[in-house]
Unconditional design. Structure first.
Lengths: 358, 259
């Protein structure tokens, strides 16, 4: 299972009014662990008033920059991004998980490939990592970036993209689509919708030539772009998405799970929520699991291995005390937040409320 | 890109996004019920491949010739590799890969004449067809062809699944599973020219056909509706079953293997 490592902040550069680029350095022993693939992301954790928050940010450095960099844009009400933009200092150490993610294609230096990238706002970060790596390591390939933003001042990495254009003349081009700013060409003003995609693909980009398209941005934008690309003949395997759903799991208060073994006496009132409906039943406190009881009460509760290994049956204890016999799948922070493996979950208290929906 | 909550006019509820064919790409933020259904789908595939491989291992020693021995070895090997590729995705969600492999006896089988409920009964998540034992080379060839063909139809549907990393793995696996099915078909063609072997194959077909048919699930399935809603599945059980059935019948009739 992936573990957190402490990385040192070696540089913080303000990129736009509400975005910073943070450079991180792993300790010598961790260097291999943090050898990333272009387009991957890092997951950070930090305590905010006793609550652990985890946030993922895409790496924006190319493979040949010899460092780890992430772009962090401040979002309204976002605890982590606000803290990173306002309080994070050079020299601080951050808890970071090794790089993860599959938003990339294999590099093939000898091939001639044509890439098309779409980025919306901070969705540029993984795409930038891919652009820099591909241009450096696939000398015959070309990359076209279509980059949507509100206005010029909110464009992340604007200068760096200009520099790349100059360093890789003829191999890299950028089209900026600005929502609220008029540009010389009408097509480049507004939002990327189906009509604009149609025109872009007719006038500026030849979809037939494209080997792979990378899309990273808000959900509706990705759907629109993917639809248009498919209509222009791109197959699913040629379209790569990166999305982190914006809905966050609830911030549960920490919960103490009893270490006392079930006494094996009496019954427990159990309430189980699954797919929005709740069922109440009684179960014997005889060492059988809440999952088994739910199934016996004809609920279609999710499970697979029944051995505490796979985590398919993960549920959250809303009320009551349970004991988890075996846990090979949930991390400490999940357990603290009240999650259990329901196949291993034995009621201790006389009433237990469990939900598969949270 | 980040997963810090952004809720403005640029974003949309995840349910709408999935209903419109959107893809999810990271384990970090898939919603709880999506996570559960996805893991269940992946376990069922992994367990079926592991159980399928474990059962087919016997066929290596039943193989009548070197070519067949190589084919059986290859199928046995590659099915484990396919299981591992999906298990790797499960590890991203916290599944302990090493323990997972040890959690069940993948070679365990019920008696040949057992009546295994198509609904899973405890134990691992393998499809019910993998609870029945093979009983010799001809039987293994027939089962491998029929189930291989079913897998091809099922994977073609799962290619489009809304969890993009899984769709990618399935797209990569599909040509090799297709090849396993073709190896079965080649084996059947050899058997079909010998009258004794053909008759033996015919009774194996009669034995396996309904059992493979059951792997497509019930015609009316709430689970399918649920999976369809979140984009994990696309084509309903009955449509897939009918396509497989037609495909299988055509090839079996050509070889005079149906009764």
């Amino acid at each position: 299972m992936a573990r957190f490592h402490a990385l040192q902040v070696t540089d913080i550069r303000r990129d736009t009014r509400d975005a910073v680029v943070v450079t991180l350095k792993p300790d010598a022993a961790d260097r291999a662990t943090f050898d990333f693939i272009q387009g991957q992301y890092l997951t950070f954790r930090r305590d905010f008033d006793g609550e652990e928050l985890r946030r993922s940010y895409s790496i924006c450095a190319g493979k040949d920059e010899g460092c780890l960099k992430v772009g962090i844009k401040r979002v309204e009400g976002g605890a982590f991004s606000t803290w990173a933009n306002e309080e994070l200092r050079v020299g601080d150490r951050l808890d970071v998980m090794p790089p993860m993610g599959r938003f990339f294609t294999e590099l093939e230096p000898e091939k001639v490939k044509s890439y098309l990238g779409f980025a919306g706002g901070s969705g540029i970060t993984p795409v930038l990592s891919i652009i820099k790596t591909v241009l450096a390591r696939e000398p015959k390939s070309t990359f076209t970036l279509i980059y949507a933003n509100r206005q010029t001042s909110s464009i992340m990495f604007r200068e760096e993209l200009e520099d790349l254009k100059n360093s890789y003349l003829g191999r890299f081009s950028v089209i900026h689509i600005l929502e609220t700013e008029t540009q010389d060409i009408d097509l480049f003003t507004g939002r990327i919708d189906a009509e604009k995609m149609e025109l872009l693909l007719r006038l500026w980009v030849d979809a037939e030539e494209v080997d792979t398209a990378f899309i990273c941005g808000p959900e509706p934008m990705m759907l629109t772009i993917a639809d248009s690309l498919r209509k222009h003949g791109l197959a699913d395997e040629q379209i790569r998405f990166e999305l982190f759903a914006s809905s966050q799991p609830g911030r549960a208060k920490a919960r103490t799970l009893s270490q006392v073994a079930a006494t094996g006496a009496g019954t427990c009132e159990v309430s189980v929520t699954l797919d929005g409906s709740t069922r109440n039943f009684q179960m014997e406190k005889n060492g059988s699991s809440v999952l088994e009881a739910a199934i016996a009460n004809s609920m279609d509760a999710p499970y697979s291995c029944k051995a505490g290994v796979c985590s398919t049956c993960r549920a959250k204890v809303i009320e009551g005390e349970v004991e988890m016999e075996v846990n090979h799948a949930l991390e400490d922070y999940e357990v603290r937040a009240g999650y259990v493996l329901s196949c291993q979950c034995i009621p201790v208290s006389d009433k237990v409320v469990i939900s598969y929906d949270e | 890109m980040t997963n810090e909550a952004v809720l403005d006019e640029d974003t949309m509820p995840l349910a709408d996004y999935l209903a419109r064919g959107g893809k999810l790409t990271s384990p970090n933020n898939v919603p709880p019920r999506y996570r559960a259904e996805l893991l269940r789908l992946m376990s069922s595939f992994v367990d079926s491949e592991l159980a399928g491989s474990a059962g087919f291992a016997d066929a290596i020693n039943w193989a009548p010739g070197l070519k067949e021995r190589i084919a059986a070895s290859r199928i046995t090997l590659e099915k484990v590799d396919h299981a591992e590729q999906v298990l790797d995705l499960m590890s991203d969600f916290g599944t302990d890969k090493a323990l997972y492999n040890k959690a069940h006896s993948w070679s365990a089988r019920q008696p040949r004449d057992a009546k295994v409920d198509a609904k899973r009964q405890g134990g691992d998540m393998r499809l019910s067809v993998f609870h029945y034992p093979l009983q010799g080379w001809t039987d293994a060839v027939v089962m491998n062809f029929l189930m291989g063909l079913a897998t091809v139809h099922q994977l073609k549907d799962l290619n489009q699944t809304s969890y993009q990393p899984l769709g990618e793995v399935f797209r990569k696996i599909l040509p090799r599973e297709q090849r396993h099915m073709e190896l079965g078909l080649e084996g059947l063609q050899v058997l079909a020219v010998d009258e004794t072997a053909r008759q033996e194959a015919q009774s194996s077909v009669a034995y396996w056909l309904p059992k493979v048919s059951e792997t497509f699930g019930p015609a009316k399935s709430e689970r399918f509706d649920r999976l369809k809603q979140i984009g994990l599945r696309q084509t309903d059980n009955e449509t897939l079953r009918a396509a497989w059935q037609a495909d299988a019948n055509e090839r079996l009739n050509e070889l005079k293997l149906t009764k």
